[in-house]
Design a protein around this ligand. Sequence first.
Ligand code: SF4
Ligand code: SF4
Length: 335
Amino acid sequence: MLHSCQLYLTTLCDASCEMCLVKSPKPGTANHDAVMRNVQGLARAGVRYVDLTGGNPLMFEGLPEAIRLANQFGMISSLTVSGPLISRRGEDIFGLPSQLQFSIDGTPAFHDANRGAGFYQHIVNGLEMAATLRPGRKPAKLIFTTLPGHGGNINIETFRSVLALARRFPNTLVSVNPVFGGQYSPEEERLLRWFGRQAYVQMSRGKLRFLRQGGNNAKNPFCRATSTSAAITADSKLRLPCYHRAQCEVPLEEGLANALASPERREALKYQGRLPCCEGCSIWCYMMPSIASLHALRFAFPYQQMMVAGQGIRDSLLRFCGQYWGSFPNCHPMK
Ligand code: SF4
Ligand code: SF4
């Protein structure tokens, strides 16, 4: 079931992150009316969560109107920001989204070396604004994406610096986010788990487990990118099966409903998570909605649990028989 959207407002960005997967050779910003139309279309399609993203979404002039419209339709609006525009536009914007996040890479020196000189100070300014503009609202978050290995930011001092910044402001959390496709050494994983146990810190151990298990399995996919999420580009196209590994795009001039019913999307629903490039994938933008949909299924159809229990009984019986006849011990594919 479609419940979330990554709505790209621009591919322009003033940062220079090494890990960037989004910047385009032909950068551009969305058309204001098209964005408003697409937000309406998303609401009609039953989408509950919209991530207004980019590039740097603060470079989209009509951002406040887009957030207000999403809020009016009762959607959860999410915004992640970085860079000098935080200081220039924050006052008008930071009170609006349901969720407000600041991307941070570590110590001031590390952050500025990765993104641009002086970028760290704009996060500090943004947190000050968020503290006054969002009293009693959902906490603002520092999204700390951890890079493994040499030259990465996974060391305890970097984390302490991020946590110390969060603790200077009321109502601020740190969300530790393992990078897409990251492979962490046991020592790095131990550090990440320790980060996750500190006060005011969020970290999903499930993400670590998923990475350790090698990410998405293209033969038995976990990913439900196309069925749970709509990835809409800055030039107003539905990208399939997901934004990052697009196989095709459907223009949205005829409306989102038509694009969602298109043969291209029906086809993508069949191959989502099953392409060669899907093997080992861990793009959280899609894996998290996929998890949500699997949990929803579990609650909606308790018979699935009965089937799992039934399989357990069958396995026990096979093992019991195998002890007597010596022919069944490895007959179950889960072994
Ligand atoms: S802020 Fe985001 S879009 Fe901009 S360079 Fe960094 S990763 Fe890329
Ligand atoms: S597994 Fe990754 S690449 Fe494949 S459809 Fe899902 S999100 Fe896209």
